[in-house]
Design a protein around this ligand. Structure first.
Ligand code: ATP
Length: 546
């Protein structure tokens, strides 16, 4: 993309381009969402965010590597989560437990017997699916139809629209809702009873077809355990089977008393952890949305039995605020309350984000009762009780869990930030730019420092500024190509601020700062730079909103 000619008028306070369509809806107007997603995937590769794993050997399915910018974004996401948990809550502390754990832990947690997905194959396409996902996607279609009717009516009736009444009286909505409720009730019952034949029958009865072959030629539904197993110790010693952990939560449960006692923690208190988890997913697709090796950020909050609904609501609220503080639009998030509860939960909800491929789970919040600690007490023979000084009695605490995938959060952030903007140039012609509108505190590079030319002492001034500021935040020195191309490169990486050093800098110690989102430029004194940028890229403002 050639833009240098126009952007070269930096240094003055004029804007270089006018955004024709500055809203976040620009994408919807220009491209189908699927296209955006494909472009996003190639953008991630082209700009050093995400690479397919083992690429020179043709890759490894559902495993990815993070590049030079990807790792920075990932670290910033983790810091945002960690600070919101550990820094903001005096009673939440962190741990880092090992990936390998005693194999009995997975027996106690229920993973050996029940961490299964129901899989089904289409005999014509030979494609494998999760039976529950096929049914849920079918249910989502009814929901979409209902929502479309509601939106149409909202537009028609304007301010006078009564959504509740409309849903109760509109015949098409009623018919779709009845069908949805019928299938959902059958599905929930089948899942709760692990009735695999019934799951297949629901697929047949509802004429759900394979998206690839378009046929209904389905095999039986079978259970598939998602844990990866390996061996620990040499064969001569008698190796034992161990698992790669499928979630980080169990590392918290088995350390519950260690932390409680050594930290002298009083209930309620939480333990947070970030770490790798592994699942042998049947259907791994949509890029880093569903991976076989991924990272989780989990927090278990230990509470008095009987107070779980209050704390469940508390954490739902806090976690939603955490997402909204990113500024990607409140309407792009929603709760999805579970009707089918996992064996350990008495309440559960997902926080879903509107990805280019629809609303999907990013985080799960579960009221896990005392299931896990009770199980570990039984299987280990060690007491997992807490002595409550206020009540004067011991009990096994209840637990509220918040669990979010780092990689899925990464995909959320980068897909929300990716934008193709159409711009009007000063000569009246149009151009497009690809920009990652990342919140400044998440951006991999905070500031690009650019000498206008590679002579007259300008590079030396730029290098000195980088040397000076690099202790405060991530700076990048950039002197290749025209200034316009450099701006475009930084836009594509998501760098929120660029500064240019020109001949005037030598005279009056001022530089031009250019803002990524508005593309506005202004001259500021070099002295102001550190404090101005430091404030702008700080995570503090986002944390204050939680
Ligand atoms: P899903 O229904 O999408 O399989 P889940 O309900 O099994 O997810 P949890 O066990 O609740 O997920 O895990 C908590 C979070 O971990 C999820 O909300 C998601 O962000 C992340 N996660 C789970 N599985 C994967 C995966 N295979 N790849 C990437 N992230 C994952």
């Amino acid at each position: 993309m050639r833009t240098g000619g126009v952007e070269a008028n930096f240094g003055c306070k004029t804007k270089d381009f006018e955004l024709l369509l500055p809203s976040a809806n620009t994408n919807e107007l220009f491209m189908a969402q699927e296209d955006i997603f494909k472009k996003l995937v190639s953008h991630c590769k082209e700009y050093g965010y995400v690479f397919p794993s083992s690429e020179i050997y043709d890759g490894l399915s559902a495993v990815y590597d993070y590049g030079q910018y990807g790792v920075e974004l990932k670290n910033n996401i983790k810091k945002y989560w960690w600070d919101s948990m550990v820094l903001l809550h005096e009673n939440v502390v962190g741990i880092d437990s090992a990936i390998f754990m005693h194999p009995t832990i997975w027996k106690a947690s229920g993973h050996v017997d029940a961490f299964n997905d129901p899989l089904i194959d289409n005999k014509d396409s030979k494609k494998r699916y999760r039976a529950d996902v096929l049914i849920e996607e079918h249910l989502a279609k009814f929901e979409e139809k209902i929502n479309k009717e509601v939106e149409k009516a909202r537009e028609k009736f304007g301010a006078a629209f009564d959504e509740k009444k409309f849903r109760e009286t509109n015949q098409r909505v009623i018919a779709n809702q009845t069908k949805l409720d019928e299938i959902n009730a059958r599905y929930t019952k089948a899942m709760n009873a692990t009735d695999l034949n019934e799951l297949r029958q629901i697929i047949i009865d509802n004429e759900i077809v394979c998206p690839v072959s378009g046929t209904r030629n389905w095999t039986d539904v079978r259970q598939f355990n998602l844990m990866f197993a390996t061996e620990m110790g040499s064969t001569s010693e008698g190796a034992s089977k161990v698992y790669l952990r499928p979630e980080t939560a169990q590392g918290i449960f088995v350390n519950f008393l260690n932390v409680q006692k050594t930290g002298r923690m009083k209930i309620p208190f939480g333990i947070a952890q970030i770490g790798k988890a592994f699942r042998n997913e049947i259907v791994a697709r949509q890029f880093i949305f569903r991976m076989r090796e991924f990272e989780q950020m989990e927090m278990q909050y230990f509470i008095q039995p009987g107070t779980e609904m209050e704390w469940f609501r508390y954490w739902k609220d806090i976690r939603m605020k955490w997402f909204r503080a990113l500024g990607f639009g409140d309407e792009n998030y929603r709760f999805h309350d579970h009707t089918k509860l996992a064996h350990y939960a008495n309440a559960a909800t997902d926080i879903e984000y509107k990805f280019p491929f629809g609303f999907k789970e990013v985080e799960g919040i579960h009221s896990r009762t005392d299931f896990d600690l009770k199980q570990h007490q039984e299987y280990s023979g060690k007491k997992m009780q807490y002595f409550d000084p206020e009540k004067g009695e011991s009990y096994i605490p209840y637990v509220i869990e918040t669990s979010i995938g780092v990689d899925r959060m990464f995909l959320h952030v980068i897909s929300a930030a990716y934008l193709e903007e159409e711009l009007k140039k000063e000569d009246g012609s149009t151009d497009t730019r690809v920009v990652l509108r990342l919140p400044s505190f998440l951006a991999p590079v905070k500031l690009a420092v650019m000498p206008l030319v590679k002579k007259d002492g300008l590079p030396e001034i730029a290098e000195k500024i980088v040397d000076d500021l690099k202790f405060d935040f991530n700076c990048q020195y950039d002197d290749k190509d025209s200034i316009g191309r450099r701006y475009r490169r930084q836009d594509a990486i998501g760098t929120p601020y660029c500064i240019t050093i020109d001949h005037q800098t030598i005279e009056d110690n001022t530089i031009t700062i250019r803002y990524r989102d508005s593309m506005k430029q202004e001259r500021v004194s070099t002295e102001m730079l550190r404090n101005t940028i430091k404030d702008l890229v700080s995570v503090k403002e986002a944390l204050k909103k939680i």
